[in-house]
Design a protein around this ligand. Structure first.
Ligand code: COA
Length: 199
């Protein structure tokens, strides 16, 4: 059976080093700026607050079915990203979801694809059979990034929209309306399952 030790321990990319997350990484990640209102729920600056069950960040992530990585800018040593394999099933060698964040001020500069593509390849080369993640169809930058990394949309589902209120008359929502629908007094948002496999 595959083990966590067999997953990549460190990767070097053109501008970054990607290493396994360490307890000391949290203070650096927790000072990241918030994402824009639409992505606010994904912000990392709440990670120092214990969850309702009392667990702190490191207790949550240092789990048998998870493998977390920090993305470090080689030039400055700053942590500018985190990638996490979550819900790893070691028996079937599959990853059922991922968490991916690039620091807000350096999004859209290629760091996501520069680091995620080799990490996915490294995991598949080490024996992982498939890696999945769910992403809001309205998060078009993320969908594009995963597509560039070789992931394909394999399924979709709808989830209740939380966060920034949707005003369909506001032009900023116009391009996203195909992925939104009303159900009574709720807005639902389309999510994709995207996947890459060893085949
Ligand atoms: C999603 C995320 C990891 C991607 O990393 P990144 O470094 O920003 O992505 P990259 O720069 O490698 O690639 C982004 C691509 O999306 C494109 N893009 C940006 N905004 C877009 C939009 N509104 N619609 C479509 N494509 C868009 C970029 O042009 C680029 O594609 P290109 O190289 O073909 O030009 C990062 O933006 C992030 O952490 N976002 C906030 C948190 C988040 O959304 N996490 C994912 C949750 S599933």
């Amino acid at each position: 059976m595959l083990t966590k030790e067999q997953l990549p321990s460190e990767l070097i990319t053109e501008r970054t080093t990607v290493h396994r997350a360490l307890p000391d990484d949290l203070p650096k990640i927790a000072t990241w700026p918030e994402y824009s209102a639409r992505l606010a729920a994904l912000s990392m600056n709440r990670q120092e607050t214990p969850r309702p069950d009392g667990r702190l960040w490191w207790e949550r992530i240092d789990a048998p079915d998870r493998c977390h990585y920090s993305v470090v800018l080689r030039e400055s040593g700053e942590i500018i990203g985190v990638h996490a394999f979550v819900r790893i099933d070691w028996a079937s060698a599959t990853v059922a979801n991922m968490g991916i964040r690039i620091r807000a001020d350096v999004c859209d500069q290629g760091y996501g694809s520069e680091t995620l593509a080799p990490l996915l390849k490294g995991a598949l080369d080490s024996g992982i059979q498939s890696i999945r993640l769910d992403v809001a169809a309205t998060n078009q930058r993320a969908v594009r990034c995963y597509d560039k990394c070789g992931m394909a949309i394999v399924d979709e589902f709808w989830r209740e929209h939380k966060g920034e209120p949707i005003d369909p008359a506001d032009p900023k929502w116009a391009p996203l309306l195909p992925h939104l629908r009303r159900e009574g007094d709720k807005w639902m948002v389309r999510f994709y399952w995207m996947e890459i496999d060893s085949g």
